[in-house]
Design a binder for this molecule. Sequence first.
Ligand SMILES: [Zn+2]
Length: 467
Amino acid sequence: MSTTLIRNGRLVTASDDYRADILVEGDKIKLIGANLSMQTDRVIDATGKYVIPGGIDCHTHMDLPVGSVSSSDDFETGTIAAAHGGTTTIIDFATQARDGSMHAALDAWLAKAQGRAVIDYGMHMIVTNLPDELLPEMDALVREGVTSFKMFTAYPDRLLLDDGTIFKAMQRAGENGGFVMMHAENGSVIDYLAQKFVDAGKTTPNYHPLSRPHQTEADAAQRVILLSELAGVPVYIVHVSSHLAMEAIRAARDRGLPTFGETCPQYLWLAYEDYADGSFAGAKFVCSPPIRERANQEPLWRALASDDLQTVATDHCPFCFHEGYKGLPKQKELGRDNFKKIPNGVPGVENRMHLVYQGGVVQRGWSMNRFVQVTSTAAAKLFGLFPRKGALAIGSDADIVLWDPHRPYTIRAATHFMRVFYNPYEGVTVDGSPLLVMARGRVIFENDQFLGRKGQGEYLKRGTYAW
Ligand SMILES: [Zn+2]
C-alpha cells in the first residue's frame, strides 16, 4: 500500500484549525499527529498551506441530455475540471424517464460515469413520475445508497410533478429515511410569462430572467416547504437564486423546520445588469433559476455566513456558445431567435472553491472553517457521506487539498479544464488556489498538472442524512 506523509500543514476542517501532520496509507487517512516521522513513499511539505478536506459539489449535470443536445462535459472532462479546482467528490443526478423505472435511470447514469470519472461520485434520483407501484423503488434506492430524491415544480412539459405527487413522494421519503430536494420555481406561471414575451417579439436572452421573477421562485419554495412540513420530511431547496426564496427558507428554519438551502457561484458572482442589453452574448448566462440583479448577491452571501443557506454547489451544466469547441455543436445558438430554446445551464464545477474562497474568506472575512463547511462538510452530512468525506479524520478517505492562500489564479476559458469555450467568470483573479489535490490517497493534481487517471473515481453508495 502506498504511503504519504503530509507535513507541517495547517489542518482546517469545519470545526478545527491546528498544525499537524497527516499519514495517508492507501486511500485512507491513517494517522494525524504532531511531528510524525515515519518512512513513507512520499513526503509532501505543506508549510504555509491550508490542508483541507476535498470539496464536494453536490449538484452537477455531466453528460445530461436536454432536448437535442447534451451538457458538454462528460464524467471524465467534468471531474478533471472539478479536481483542478479542489473538488474531489461530485453528486450528479439520474433522471427517471416519464415512462420508466428509477432503477433503469440509475443504471443508465452509472454507465455514463463508470470508467470515466477521475474522482468519486454519487447519484441523486430525479423523480418524474410516481404511480403507486413505483413507491417501493424509493425504499429500495435508499437501501442501495441513493438516498436523495429531487423533484421539480418547474418545466411542466418535461419534469414538473403535481403537488399531490410531490407530497406522496415526500411522505414516502419521510418513512424510508430519504432526503427530498426541490427545484422550486412556479413552472406554469413562468411558461405563461415566457410565451407572452415571445408572442410580443421579445425573444432576446435578457427576457429569460424577466420571465422568471423572484416571486415565482419564492412562491414555489414556500409551497414545498409547507408540503414537507406536512409530510414530516426534511427538504433541501436546490440552487436558491433569489433573496425572497432564501427568506422563505430562513423563516422555516426560524420555526425549527429541517429546511435547507443551496446556492451557486453564478448567483453570488454574476449579475443580470451585465446582460440586460439583450445581446446574444447573454445566452452564456441563461440558467434556471436565472441570474438576478447585483443587489441580490449580498443577501445570499450573508445567508451562507449565518447558516440560513448551507451549501454552495454549482448546478454545473455547460453548453457551448456559438464559437463551438473542438467540434462540439454550437449549443446555445439553438436559442438565437427565441430565448426559450437556449439550453439552460452554466459551467462552474472547476471554479466553485476559487469563487467561494475569494468572495467568502478574502472579501468578507469568513473563517476557513466556514469555507470548508459550505464547500464540503455540509454536503457530506446532508447527503450521507460524512465522515468518509468532508472530514480530515482517522479512517476518512484521503481526499485532501493543499490550499495555498498566496497562489493567485486568474479564471480563463483559455486555460480552464471544462469542455466549454467560455467561462462566466472570465478574468476574475482569486488570491488563493489549490496547489495539490489528493483523491483517495492519489495525487491527481499538482501545480495545475493533471496526474490522475480516467476511471479511478468510484461510485459512492451514500447513507442517510444528518446535520
Ligand atoms: Zn440542476
